[in-house]
Design a protein around this ligand. Structure first.
Ligand code: PTJ
Length: 257
């Protein structure tokens, strides 16, 4: 049995501890893969280097992500176990704002996890969740990792992935899709191969993108401006400079915990 910690309301790092509890809860509910707990720890480390806040580069990228979604003809939001445990409501809200289809895409695929994730999304108001009966394949990916829905990811022109494995993100790009990635690691293959990469914690990034979608929806000129203002490699370099500078600052503190 997994014991959940009762996080004190006044704990200085409450938000971070609450996210951990969501992950652990998702693990005991069969939503999160054991590997997902490790992936979360890696994300925490990068978030710590960012100062656990949404940096301005992430806002610029979120606006470009929203513009890409607004311009898409067949946008799909791909959901894995971690995302379903951390922010199922934000996924559903973004899918309604765009509107975009939702598809479950798992690295560690099992029918049990697919059902648990589908349930979590439906409880937050998702009406059609794709992925359970895959009839398509992501080209270049072997086995269950390549399975997808013909009506969803297979035929999408834009796919939003969060906390995604690098192989899958690269394969989607090779298929000619625009990929929007949410990933706290600016060095990951996913971050470096996506069309737009938002380096922010996913529970913050998805509502931020949804807010930008609302702003840009009826403003074609602003959509184009948001895309012009964004350069992925420049954005990632700027994020790394923030991390490097925070690392320098942290080094000067006697106890940064
Ligand atoms: O549910 P499944 O079976 O599809 O498996 C999901 C995981 C996450 C286990 C799988 O996709 C995986 O192994 O991912 P990676 O390759 O570990 O990549 C996850 C990336 O997400 C890493 O770069 C982390 O730094 C980043 N990350 C982790 N937590 C967060 C995050 N980025 C944004 N927000 C987070 N909360």
């Amino acid at each position: 049995m997994v014991v959940m910690a009762d996080v004190s309301k006044i704990h200085p790092r409450r938000e971070s501890l609450e996210l951990r509890e969501r992950l652990v809860g998702g693990f005991s509910d069969g939503i999160v893969a054991p590997q997902g707990l490790i992936a979360h720890g890696r994300g925490e480390m990068f978030y710590y280097l960012l100062g656990e806040r949404t940096v301005k580069e992430a806002r610029v990228a979120a606006r470009a992500a929203a513009a890409t979604l607004v311009k898409a003809t067949r946008p799909v939001i791909s959901v894995n176990g971690n995302v379903a445990a951390l922010c199922p409501r934000a996924v559903v809200e973004l899918s309604k704002a765009v509107p975009a289809r939702i598809e479950i895409g798992l690295f560690h695929r099992s029918d049990e996890r697919l059902s648990a994730i589908q349930g979590a999304l439906e409880r937050e108001g998702a009406s059609q969740v794709l992925g359970f009966l895959p009839d398509g394949k992501i080209l270049g990916l072997e086995g269950a990792r390549g399975l997808c829905a013909r009506d969803g990811i297979f035929s999408a022109d834009v796919v939003l992935v969060a906390l995604e494995d690098g192989d899958r993100a690269e394969a989607l790009t090779r298929m000619g899709k625009k990929v929007i990635a949410v990933d706290l690691n600016p060095l990951s293959r996913t971050a470096r191969s996506a069309t737009v990469t938002v380096v922010d914690e996913v529970t913050k990034a998805l509502p931020l993108i949804a807010g930008c979608v609302e702003e840009l929806k009826d403003d074609t000129a602003e959509v184009e401006r948001a895309l012009e203002r964004y350069d992925r490699d420049e954005n990632l370099s700027a994020v790394m400079r923030v991390m490097a500078s925070n690392l320098g600052l942290l080094g000067q503190e006697p106890d940064a915990k």
